[in-house]
Design a protein around this ligand. Structure first.
Ligand SMILES: *[C@@H]1O[C@H](CO)[C@@H](O)[C@H](O)[C@H]1NC(C)=O
Ligand SMILES: *[C@@H]1O[C@H](CO)[C@@H](O)[C@H](O)[C@H]1NC(C)=O
Ligand SMILES: *[C@@H]1O[C@H](CO)[C@@H](O)[C@H](O)[C@H]1NC(C)=O
Ligand SMILES: *[C@@H]1O[C@H](CO)[C@@H](O)[C@H](O)[C@H]1NC(C)=O
Ligand SMILES: *[C@@H]1O[C@H](CO)[C@@H](O)[C@H](O)[C@H]1NC(C)=O
Ligand SMILES: *[C@@H]1O[C@H](CO)[C@@H](O)[C@H](O)[C@H]1NC(C)=O
Length: 350
């Protein structure tokens, strides 16, 4: 009995030590940084920008069949914008195997209409059986764009640039472009009001609306999925960037970033590369929309406890499960979408 005591003390000490290391690691891995104050960046249009047809003319001749440093083609594609001028084109990055997630999005916030067009972006898959399933899904819904690169997370920058390519060549008339993921909730009725009334139905320029991350440290720990070697990225911190689950672009920003990405060396963390490194290089400015995003806590109170939340919001968080997405959809479609309130909120965060 007595001999066991020192052991248990040692164990407690060891546990404390491990906890401390864990907390320290979390703090160092996910710094929040301090938001610098920035002037309002974007410019709202008072009439339609008709310059989009010309932009493609300024790209190299073989640009369409190039994706950064790869030869490229779309192995599946749908021209969902033909003969319409959508207010919003939504490019949803999806993993080929995520059949259920795409189904949930199609049945909730991602329904296509005249104003909103949704495309699921996937890369190539190894198995002919999986490819068959994707083709059947595509025949049914006609909402895929598949690129000829292999769909892996180290290839996500290819996917992001392919999404921008889809906009530039096949839907350049869209007023706004949203890049998001397949586990996110978008409050589409309120989003439409936000674009139409708080921004402009004619579009805007220099718009990069997201939840910027400032002074994020480059992760060097071998345990991190996002570990980056010194050879890949030598600096200690990343430039201000947008987490990839909600990036609202204006067309000029998409065009600038695409053109720059095509001639810049590949870096595999897509949101850092495009909305950080290249955005900084081109002097585009981030606009912080953090106040328009639900906290996980309120989100769960709405979904699981029928909480009647009175504040407007445009997004739920990332990494949601089907029940949360359907619950939020049910919530927002049984209420009137607010109008003319967000510009004020965005301005106040400056
Ligand atoms: C598309 O690209 C892939 C891989 O580069 C190639 O194997 C295929 O032949 C190309 N298809 C067309 C139609 O060009
Ligand atoms: C693709 O399949 C080949 C052979 O079947 C396998 O060696 C390779 O690891 C697979 N690649 C991926 C990305 O799954
Ligand atoms: C990315 O895609 C390219 C083209 O299909 C492929 O050659 C390469 O192996 C992929 N990279 C990774 C890390 O999967
Ligand atoms: C839709 O537009 C694309 C160009 O973006 C064109 O190649 C295609 O033929 C058009 N399809 C239809 C059905 O009009
Ligand atoms: C970005 O701003 C800097 C400093 O104002 C300037 O030197 C640079 O030329 C600008 N770059 C572009 C692409 O406009
Ligand atoms: C939710 O609250 C608003 C006032 O904030 C009220 O007008 C509305 O009736 C409430 N809805 C429900 C379902 O309780």
């Amino acid at each position: 009995m007595f001999e066991k005591r020192p052991w248990s003390k040692l164990l407690v000490l060891l546990l404390c030590l491990l906890t401390c290391i864990f907390i320290w690691h979390e703090l160092v891995s996910y710094p929040t940084g301090i938001a610098p104050t920035t002037p309002t960046a974007y410019t709202l249009f008072t009439q339609d920008d008709t310059g989009f047809a010309d932009r493609v003319l300024h790209l190299p001749e073989n640009d369409y069949s190039q994706l950064i440093d790869l030869n490229f083609n779309f192995t599946m594609i749908n021209f969902i914008c033909n003969e319409t001028i959508p207010l919003l084109l939504i490019l949803v990055h999806s993993s080929p195997n995520n059949f259920a997630k795409r189904k949930t999005i199609r049945e909730t916030w991602g329904r296509n209409d005249d104003n909103v067009k949704v495309v699921f972006m996937v890369g190539s898959v190894n198995s002919t059986q999986l490819q068959k399933r994707l083709e059947i899904e595509n025949q049914l819904h006609k909402d895929f764009a598949q690129g000829s690169f292999i769909d892996t997370y180290r290839n996500l920058t290819y996917k992001h640039v392919m999404s921008l390519k889809y906009f530039i060549y096949h839907c350049p008339q869209a007023k706004y472009v949203l890049k998001t993921d397949d586990d996110v909730f978008v409050n589409m009725p309120t989003m439409k009001n936000f674009l139409r009334y708080d921004l402009s139905p004619h579009g805007a320029s220099n718009g990069l609306f997201c939840t910027p991350r400032y002074n994020s440290l480059v992760l060097r720990s071998y345990r991190s999925k996002w570990r980056v070697s010194f050879a890949e990225y030598p600096d200690r911190v990343y430039p201000t960037y947008c987490p990839g689950w909600t990036i609202l672009y204006t067309p000029d920003v998409v065009f600038g970033l695409y053109k720059e990405a095509q001639k810049t060396e590949y870096f595999w963390i897509d949101d850092i590369h495009l909305t950080g490194t290249l955005t900084q290089k081109l002097n585009f400015t981030h606009t912080d929309i953090e106040p328009l995003i639900l906290s996980k806590n309120i989100l769960n109170r709405i979904v699981y406890y029928s909480y009647n939340y009175s504040q407007p919001f445009i997004y739920g968080r990332e990494d949601l499960i089907e029940k949360q997405i359907r619950g939020l959809w049910n919530y927002v479609t049984t209420r009137e979408a607010p109008k003319y309130i967000f510009r004020d909120i965005i301005t106040r965060t400056k």
